[in-house]
Every structure is written in C-alpha cells, then in structure tokens.
Design a protein around this ligand. Structure first.
Ligand code: DLL
Length: 436
C-alpha cells in the first residue's frame, strides 16, 4: 500500500492548533450556539427553562454539563420543522432518517451550514489521503440519507473528480471501478464486501484494481474487518463517522497515517462521554455514550444530543483534536442474552477469527421455551467446502464466541450468498422474539 499521508501544509491550521486555541474557539462558539438555540427554538427555551439554566450560565466548557440532554424523541415530537432555528426560506437543504420504525427525523441546513459541512468532509477525505484531482467512487446512497450528498459536498470542495454512483447495481460498481480507475471509494463496509464478492463473481482480482483507499462508515465495523478488506483490495481502509442529527458524514475521521481512531472535528462539534445509565459525564479515556453539541450550526442547532453510540475519548495524535475510539455499537443494538451484554461487533470479531467462513453474518434472536436463543447465520468461504468442514467451522465459531463473549449460540453455515446482502447499512439483528 502506498503512503498517502497528506502534507502538513495542506491541513486547515485549526486541525493542528494548540489545545488552548481549540478550547477558546469552542467556548466562544458554544456560547453563541446555546444562545442561538434558546432564542430561536421553542423546544430549547422550554427545556433550558425547565432545567433552570440560561445560556449566560455557561462560563466554561465544563458548564455545558448543567444543560439538559436532547434525545431522538424530542426531534420526533417536533416533526417536521419544529427544531429549526431559522425561517423556513433560509433552509437550503433538508435530509431525513429513513423512519422505518415510526416518524422520520428531519434535519435542515442553511447555505452556511452546507459550506461548513463541505469543509469538514473535505478535511475528512484529505485525512484519508485524497487530494485535488483524485477520482472518487461514491457508493453511499444519494437521497434523504446524508451519506451520498454529504460526501459529494466535501469531494467538490476538495476538488476531486467524483461520480455519484450511489448504492446498488453491484455488477456496475465493479465495471466502473475497472473502467474509470478511481483512487478512493466511499461506501459502507458491508456493501464493500458485496462489491468484493462481485469482483470474484466476474473472475477479477480486486488487488489489481486502481483503488488505494476505502472510506468506510455509517455502521460499526471492526479492526479485524479492516485487515480483511485491506488484504482483499490491497488498499487502506479508514473509518468515517457521523450522524444526521449532528450533520451527516464528517463529524469525525480516522487519519490514514495512524489509523488509530477518529479525530473529532472539534471546531464544529463538541463531544462529551456520559454514563448511559446516569447521564453523568465521565473523564476522557472512559467508555460511555457519546453526546454532541453543535458549535456552528444555524438551521438545526443541537444541544447535548444523546447519540447512543458507545465509545471513549482519547487525546489527539496525527491532529491535535481529540479522537474517539472506533464505535463498538449502539446502546440500542446491544443484545442482552441470558444476562450477558453482546454487540454485533463482537460476533464480527469472532467470525473473522474463524477460518473457512466468509465475512457476512446475521444474528437471529428467538425465544423458544421462554429462553432467549441466538443463532448466527453465516456463510462458507466458497461452495467447495465440504459438509464436514462446514460443521467444523460452525463448531469453531460457536467455541470462539463462547470463549470471547461468554455465551452459547448455534451457528448455521449457509452456501455462498445465503446471508442477505446490504447495499447500504447492513441489517445485523433479526429479532424474532415475541414482543412483550
Ligand atoms: O450514517 C452518516 C454517515 C454517512 C456516516 C456515511 C459515515 C458515512 P445516520 O444515518 O443518521 O447518519 O446514522 C448515524 O450510524 O449514530 C452510528 O450509530 C452509525 N454510524 C455512523 N458512522 C459510523 C461509524 C450516517 N464510522 C448512525 N462507525 C450513528 C460506527 C457509525 N457507527
């Protein structure tokens, strides 16, 4: 793999400013953001009033902990535009979550917000090793989802040659990688695996493709998966994180030269980690739930938003801005199986450590005889694997899970293609337990 480290001279000065400089900018912007939310969004005015706090009470960054949290249901209760802080005509762009399980969450951006979004995504793509004139294959979905259009904004700002292929039509994904010869690909890690399979189906070697870096996010993925993808494509694999409520992709980004967690673009997004049960802030370095406050957003300021994503904050390395460790999962994706907390990423890790299996999986939960059961549906690496070898792989995976996670599961090893493929975010959990 080529060294893609960006030249220091190309970074935004704030990326490598001193902590003092970063914190004084944050304090100034935080004061503005709290006041902006309080004065323009009735929801924030009443939630601050109910908690007995006023924007003037913020004298230091630590004072933010006095302010109330915002949660997903607050956004749903104010559907569609109740959380907007500017007149509707000043909203230049609207995105929304899929809303498959109820009311979609709607977010808005002024032109100024779009400019800031472009700048943090450009910074993220540069941190991945992309530079002006490089070609990008953007396979995140275009539409109400922030992935496709968010990446596109930043790619334009950085001066890349981008083609908006979006997700789906996998044979065409491979065809264009072959024909256009992009340097980078932006895609969910699970869809990257589908593209990888398609290379094999077409009898082509992905290691010979032009790709030098993959920029993967929108769902959790493990370091074991990173190694698998890097090996398979002979390219760098880096992590990009974000969420619609806070902006979209580009809230934080891993640097290609260190691959040691994601630098949060702290000049726009202020992070905290809180204990998910008590809501109390915890010290940097401790695990908990990530909470974000926007520092510059005009149309949709967000104050102390509970992301439900679990991680911890670490000091800066390649940049002075703090890092967040790779997200282990969401608190609402945590399965409690017979008293043990399990995340899909732990199953992914065990699967990657077992030979003879492909990296695709789904977790099925059922409750026969009032006891929760977990079944892992996975695939053999290729169909020539004999029945005996499959049984051995299933046994090895369940032993690995027993040893590392501490739970007993059954494993089914299907033929190649037996696990449904994703074209965007993978569906990892099928919950067939009776609803309470
Ligand atoms: O997934 C934005 C995005 C698009 C990020 C493309 C990166 C690349 P939402 O659809 O609102 O936004 O989903 C946000 O996805 O709270 C996390 O649970 C999860 N997520 C996003 N990036 C990562 C990541 C986009 N790198 C939710 N690792 C977040 C783990 C991630 N989880």
């Amino acid at each position: 793999m080529k060294d893609l480290t960006p030249a220091k001279s190309t970074l935004d000065p704030i990326e490598i400013a001193s902590r003092d400089e970063i914190e004084s900018l944050q304090l100034e912007r935080l004061k503005w953001s709290l006041r902006h939310a309080y004065e323009n969004v009735p929801f924030y005015r009443s939630s601050f009033d109910a908690a007995g706090v006023h924007p003037d009470d913020l004298k230091s960054l630590a004072d933010l902990a006095k302010f109330p949290f915002t949660v997903k249901t607050d956004l749903r209760d104010n559907y569609p535009f109740g959380m907007f802080a500017v007149p509707r005509e000043q909203v230049a762009r609207i995105h929304a979550s899929s809303g498959t399980t109820g009311q979609p969450t709607v977010v808005g951006y002024t032109q100024g917000d779009l400019d800031n979004w472009a700048s943090v995504v450009a910074r993220s793509l540069r941190a991945a090793g992309m530079t002006r004139g490089d070609m990008l294959h953007n396979a995140y979905g275009y539409g109400l989802f922030t992935g496709g259009l968010g990446i596109h904004l930043g790619a334009d700002a950085l001066g890349l040659s981008t083609y908006p292929i979006s997700g789906g039509m996998t044979p065409r994904q491979v065809r264009l990688i072959e024909d256009f010869k992009p340097k980078g690909i932006t895609v969910t890690p699970s869809y990257a695996l589908s593209i990888l399979d398609e290379f094999a189906a077409q009898g082509m070697d992905p290691r010979k493709s032009s790709l030098e870096v993959g920029i993967f996010g929108a769902e959790p993925w493990t370091n074991a998966m990173r190694l698998e993808i890097e090996q398979a494509f002979d390219m760098h694999a880096v992590d990009i994180y974000g969420l619609s409520e806070v902006m979209g992709p580009g809230v934080s980004m891993e640097c290609v030269e260190t691959k040691d967690g994601l630098h949060i673009w702290e000049d726009h997004f202020f992070p905290e980690i809180v204990n998910p049960e008590t809501g109390e802030p915890v010290a940097d370095g401790e695990q908990g739930e990530l909470v974000f406050t926007s520092l510059t957003k005009e149309a949709f300021p967000i104050i102390r938003y509970r992301t439900r994503d679990l991680t911890r904050l670490l000091p800066g390395t390649a940049r002075t801005m703090r890092r967040m460790e790779k997200v282990t999962g969401r608190s609402d994706d945590m399965i409690i199986l017979r008293g043990v907390n399990v995340f899909p990423t732990q199953i992914e890790e065990a699967l990657m450590a077992t030979s003879g299996l492909a990296p695709h999986f789904q977790i099925e939960l059922s409750r026969p005889d009032r006891m929760d059961q977990m079944r892992i549906l996975c695939e053999c690496a290729d169909n020539s694997v004999s029945g005996e070898q499959r049984a051995a792989a299933a046994k090895a995976l369940s032993a690995q899970i027993k040893q590392t996670v501490g739970i007993s599961v059954s494993v089914e090893v299907a033929d190649v293609g037996g696990v449904p493929r994703s074209e965007g975010k993978a569906v990892r959990i099928l919950d067939k337990r009776p609803k309470a």
